[in-house]
Design a protein around this ligand. Sequence first.
Ligand SMILES: [Zn+2]
Length: 182
Amino acid sequence: MASILPGLRRRPFGPILASVMCEKGIEAMSDDTRTRLVPAIQAARAGAASGGIPIGSALFIDGALVATGHNRRVQDGSVIHHAEMNCLENAGRLPAADYARATLVTTLSPCDMCTGAVLLYGIPRVVIGENRTFLGGEDLLRSRGVDVTVLDDPECVEMMTAFIATHPALWAEDIGENEPTP
Ligand SMILES: [Zn+2]
């Protein structure tokens, strides 16, 4: 699963999505939206497996998987490579016309920094795995016309619940809060 992640850049057509994209209708769109969460979860798991915070992201353009990314605070000592930022970085420089056809998928509700990146580049759709463990800038995204879908995915909730319980200080650092007192 994780083997697709390193070096994954600008894959023009995601094989998993090809058949789904031929479907029409609300049910098919719902299935497609959930399908798009899969590579983001895979990225989150890969991040956790390398000792990091289990948040993953995936960027789709015209239904095709372009890049994935995961939080790299631990791995790189990075203060800006949240999953969404890492995914956008992995996608490389893109023209505005590409972002205008993009969907950014993230396993967790995007923080203010990542929300800002979505607004800056004019990404019109955001799919969120869950917002029970953290609620980011969803209202701001909606107020600016971004189509936001929250899947309330149990696997995403479980990943973050377990991580926050075992790494409260690291989690506080990632979202810019003070370390919780025991
Ligand atoms: Zn963020």
